[in-house]
Design a protein around this ligand. Structure first.
Ligand SMILES: NC(=O)c1ccc[n+]([C@@H]2O[C@H](COP(=O)([O-])OP(=O)(O)OC[C@H]3O[C@@H](n4cnc5c(N)ncnc54)[C@H](OP(=O)(O)O)[C@@H]3O)[C@@H](O)[C@H]2O)c1
Length: 333
């Protein structure tokens, strides 16, 4: 009888110890938050993060559309059944949505190790065919293909908060999110990373410090990405002492919903027929990464680096060689 009671006591102690240990392991999981995680580069990044480390990560997909978010989560769990994948509803263009998402995040998690600020839009893009053909026969042709400089303009809108839509979605919502998540990002004795999906299309000429929302111009996308690069630099200066580091990347030219939106009337078959041309262009410019997997190369590369070793003045580019090999290269911002 005594033996039986002692056995039970031991079992209880053992199961408590197991609980504590497993809780310890759960707490040790690194928490990664990805915005715009349900498609394109963001979804490819999530897939690659889980392939890199299924057990040690707690992945949280922040998306505006929960149906799309559920579908992305199901896809990820189908290939990584043991993974921890949560969803968080957030519309980066809405101040109230960002504030409540940040609040919800802080209730659910007590740490955030990686924050990928990836959601982005390029609404109503207009492709300047005349400038494109002019560029084709100029010495600027490679730059034009690599950066889209001079051939893309957009018609911006205004959000219900009264902000320019591109500025709010690509930049301001993310800025607010970082500020709200400071308590979980900044911890003594531990580093955290912000990684912004910027672009080659971030041109200084498109950004006016007197008009940071780009109310008056026709290149709000380029302006928002240039401002992203500046903000990342400023965040590094502001947060470095608190162990929070910020980096910007460019995924290259990737075939995603955003890219297909540049020529919405273009039938899918034409895009497919264009692919061999794009592969050929890749021989001349390694920025034609083309697939979301390749485009997420710099994002996953940064995940593997010690943030203290990174250059705050660099933009990390996902690149794909003519033979299809992926690599990451820093270029001064
Ligand atoms: N594709 C390229 O060639 C290229 C080149 C340079 C930089 N980038 C950048 O790469 C990032 C990812 O874009 P992508 O190419 O992967 O295009 P994508 O497939 O269209 O992905 C964009 C993601 O952002 C989300 N999003 C858009 N507006 C949002 C909002 N208001 N709130 C929350 N989420 C929102 C989208 O959600 P929904 O599905 O609900 O729309 C989607 O998940 C963007 O920042 C883009 O600027 C892309």
């Amino acid at each position: 009888m005594t033996l039986h009671r002692r056995g039970n006591q031991f079992l209880n102690q053992f199961s408590c110890a197991c609980c504590v240990t497993s809780l310890g392991f759960a707490e040790m999981r690194k928490v990664v938050l990805v915005t715009g995680a349900n498609s394109g580069v963001g979804l490819a990044l999530c897939e690659r993060l889980l392939s890199h480390d299924t057990e040690g990560l707690h992945l949280c997909l922040a998306c505006r559309n929960m149906q799309k978010a559920q579908a992305a989560r199901s896809d990820l769990l189908a290939s990584h059944p043991a993974a921890q994948v949560d969803l968080l509803q957030m519309d980066t263009s809405s101040v109230s949505s960002v504030l409540s998402a940040a609040q919800e995040f802080k209730v659910r998690y007590d740490r955030l190790d990686y924050l990928y600020l990836n959601a982005g839009i390029m609404p109503n893009p207009e492709f300047d065919v005349k400038a494109f053909f002019k560029g084709l026969f100029s010495s600027n042709v490679i730059t034009m293909f690599a950066t889209g400089e001079g051939i893309l303009t957009q018609k911006d809108g205004v959000t219900t908060d009264g902000l320019q839509q591109v500025f709010a979605t690509n930049l301001f919502g993310h800025f607010l999110l970082v500020r709200e998540l400071e308590p979980v990002l900044c911890h003594e004795g531990r580093t955290s990373q912000l990684v912004w999906t910027s672009s080659n299309n971030a041109h200084r000429s498109a950004f006016n410090p007197e008009d940071i929302q780009h109310r008056t111009g026709t290149q709000p996308y380029s302006s928002s990405k240039y401002a992203t690069d500046l903000l990342s630099l400023a965040f590094n200066q502001h947060y470095e002492k608190q162990g929070l580091y910020s980096s910007v990347i460019c995924p290259g030219f990737v075939m995603t919903n955003l890219t297909y939106g540049i020529l919405p009337s273009f039938p899918a078959i034409l895009w497919t027929l264009l692919m061999p041309v794009f592969w050929l262009i890749r021989v001349f410019t390694n920025t034609f990464t083309l697939t979301p997997y390749n485009g997420s190369e710099a994002l996953i590369w940064l995940f593997r680096q010690k943030p203290e070793s990174l250059d705050p003045y660099a933009k990390y580019h996902s690149l794909t060689s003519g033979l299809g090999n992926n690599y990451t290269q820093p270029h001064k911002v």
